[in-house]
Design a protein. Structure first.
Length: 226
């Protein structure tokens, strides 16, 4: 082995350790940013984030390639958490009413507990991406596959699945977002119950157009893994 190759090992090791440390620190700063946003709202500044992280503000950008990189990292983590909260959409089991209830409860519950973070995601473009729109699209695609499965099961035309899925996601997101800003005394439980009824009526009407009358409380055969 040549002496030159031997001397590169310590440097390579230091680079690996630095990369790992940088990634760990980035995660810590993102966590601090989420706490700052929860406390100060969607306009939380880098100064707020630095105070929450316990560091001087210039040190933030030692681990991020500018404000856009920091905002993108915050948005990515927020989207990950939102997707995790909406896990019931990926584990649909039971009756139609149970699946609707769980999904709506998960969405409105996350929104009620993370209102400032949702406002943050809606308040700006993060590295040219609309994070909330991206999440809505993922959820709608998931529901499209689910609706296609059941429409085929009931021997109905599955082509309407995508329109219905995007309609349901848009209904829940827009109504819940408006409620977040102006609840008018409506509790989250009341909102969730109303959205659940509206979604069922939309699905029931769609099924009846195909000649299917479904009891919303009857357990359905589980869909294939999505």
């Amino acid at each position: 082995m040549s002496s030159s190759s031997a001397t590169t090992r310590p440097g390579d090791g230091r680079a690996t350790r630095w990369a790992g440390q940088r990634e760990r620190r980035r995660r810590e700063f993102v966590e601090a940013a989420l706490r700052a946003i929860a406390e100060h709202g969607p306009q939380a500044s880098t100064a707020h984030i630095a105070v929450e992280a316990g560091i001087a503000r210039p040190l933030l950008y030692k681990h991020f390639d500018g404000a856009t990189d920091l905002q993108r990292a915050i948005a990515d983590e927020a989207a990950r958490r939102l997707a995790a909260a909406l896990r019931p959409l990926w584990e649909q089991r039971g009756s139609a009413m149970r699946m609707i209830t769980l999904a709506v409860d998960a969405h409105t519950g996350w929104l009620a507990e993370n209102g400032n973070l949702y406002r943050y995601l809606n308040s700006r473009s993060h590295g040219g991406r609309d994070t909330v729109a991206d999440v809505r699209t993922v959820l709608a695609r998931q529901l499209t596959h689910l609706f296609e499965h059941y429409l085929k099961t009931f021997e109905m035309d599955p082509r309407i699945a995508e329109t219905v899925a995007f309609g349901v996601v848009g209904l829940v997101d827009s109504c819940a977002a408006q409620w977040l800003e102006n609840p008018h005394g409506v509790t989250r439980a009341e909102l969730a119950a109303q959205l659940t009824r509206w979604i069922w009526r939309l699905l029931d009407d769609t099924l009846r157009m195909g000649g299917v009358e479904l009891d919303p409380h009857v357990t359905l055969p589980p869909p294939p893994a999505l």
